[in-house]
Ligand binder design. Sequence first.
Ligand code: AMP
Length: 277
Amino acid sequence: MRVLQKIEDFRRERRAATGSVGLVPTMGYLHEGHLTLVRRARAENDVLAVSIFVNPAQFGPQEDFATYPRDMDRDLSLLQAEGTDLVFAPSTEEMYPGGFSTWVEVTTLTDRLEGAARPGHFRGVATVVAKLFGTVQPHIAYFGQKDAQQAVVVKRMVADLNIPVEIRVVPTVREHDGLALSSRNVYLSPEERKAALSLSQGLFRAGEKYLAGERNAELLRQAVRDVMQEQPIVRPEYVSVAASDTLEELDVVTAGALVSLAAHVGRSRLIDNVLLE
Ligand code: AMP
């Protein structure tokens, strides 16, 4: 496994690579969710590249960039054990040198959900992903369904900018009790961890109602809110039932709809979603 911090050094390794290159972009502090993407990419490509970069451009000024958990040594040993070939771990200065002034903005899709709650977030995401694609030049890139809107935005970007990469989306990996794995779960106290279960439980409740025949989107949103409301320390930010491609809110639920939410639990802001199938 080669670990490269410089774009030029990575490019040199990339030029020597033969066969298909799979990329898993991450912000590090790896957990089983990330490693599931890594294993899938390992199985489906000749060369496995993983990037580790906590991208300041996708954090708002009041968000947790400074305190975002980091552990490069642990991440590298996990990636080594998964048979990773190339790790790209640039510094902030390497990615955003002085004079940097070009941004990728995906419109419309980013007005909603996470984009509405976190202005500028997807501009940062789209820009860094475009830069990673330019550096790594993967044939296939892997994203988690956990960040459902991110996957939709990245797909739109590569289609609109004719970037020759295939985007594959991997289902959300959960703890045994249903909590979606997230690097930010380390912030949760035991009490918050328990209360945070109401997010996935709310989503599962909506899924059950859908399976039982409920097609009224507002009643599904309410079902999610009802479960979260049982936990006073959970502060929901939004609960959405939307079309999974356009992310437009639905009145009547159609197959493949995305039920998603964001909520504050203690000092953590957590997101989760399920697809209705
Ligand atoms: P992050 O390091 O949070 O930027 O995540 C890197 C990639 O891992 C993104 O594509 C995420 O959607 C994905 N990911 C994070 N958590 C999970 C999870 N619990 N299940 C599946 N994918 C995940």
